[in-house]
Design a binder for this molecule. Structure first.
Ligand code: HEC
Length: 209
């Protein structure tokens, strides 16, 4: 293995970590290539170009659960009702409860039953994520076609129909993150210390009764 050690020393930053195991098996040829690859990585010469700020904005529009990235704008359930009737009802039902496709309203208290109905009201943990989902994905044949005001209004309509906010409550970048979704604490976090009342509830090894 002498040559391997020698080559390792000659690669100034050491080989990339993922390759180490392979290197121990396959010796210096690969190691030399790994050194070369690493040395070239930061420059990216002759590969594409730096994206413009506008190009980055075009795909960098995800809204996190805390809603920090929410854009200016506002809407109420009243504003959302006519948009919903025009753009959503054909798939999700006139009130959101009928379908034919995924039901968005109702299902409260069914998650622990033998026939759970997962809707925005019964299942979703964050109102901000509902905004993000509508904004990026709905309707499926016209996604990303709404203004921010329209997305606030549609989100408000679904929250209102699920009995979470009032019909005239204004949803905007400040109020939406404050909405408490009924199933907010229904998900089991990865770490047991993040589970509210884990001890009281008798949670063990990721399972809470
Ligand atoms: C052409 C049919 C169609 C139309 C119109 C449509 N949707 Fe959907 N929607 C779907 C389908 C299909 C899904 C499930 C997608 C999946 O799970 O991959 C879905 C899922 C959703 C979900 C997530 C439901 C969940 O619990 O996972 C929301 C919220 C939603 N739609 C809102 C809307 C809103 C608001 C509109 C109107 C602006 C709309 N949809 C218009 C077909 C449609």
């Amino acid at each position: 293995m002498a040559p391997v050690t020698a080559r390792l020393k000659s690669c100034p930053e050491g080989p990339p970590k993922r390759l180490t195991i392979v290197l121990n098996l396959f010796m210096p040829v690969i190691l030399l290539a790994a050194c070369a690859a690493r040395a070239q990585m930061p420059t990216y010469s002759n590969v594409g170009r730096t994206p413009t700020a506008e190009e980055i904005r075009a795909w960098d529009f995800a809204i996190g659960v805390d809603g920090k990235e929410l854009p200016p704008g506002k809407g109420t359930a009243k504003d959302g009702a006519p948009i919903y009737a025009r753009k959503c009802a054909r798939c999700h039902g006139a009130t959101g409860e009928e379908g034919p496709l995924m039901r968005l309203v109702g299902g409260k208290g069914t998650l622990t039953s033998m026939t759970p109905l997962r809707t925005v009201g019964s299942y979703w943990a964050f109102a901000t994520t509902v905004w993000d989902y509508i904004n990026r994905a709905m309707p499926p044949d016209e996604e990303r076609s709404f203004t921010a005001d329209e997305v606030y209004a549609l989100t408000a309509f679904l929250l209102y129909r699920n009995g979470i906010i009032a019909e005239s409550d204004v949803m905007d970048a400040k109020t939406l993150p404050k909405v408490q979704m009924p199933n907010r604490n229904g998900f089991i976090p990865q770490r047991i210390e993040e589970i509210p009342d884990a001890r009281k509830r008798g949670c063990r090894l990721g399972h809470c009764p």
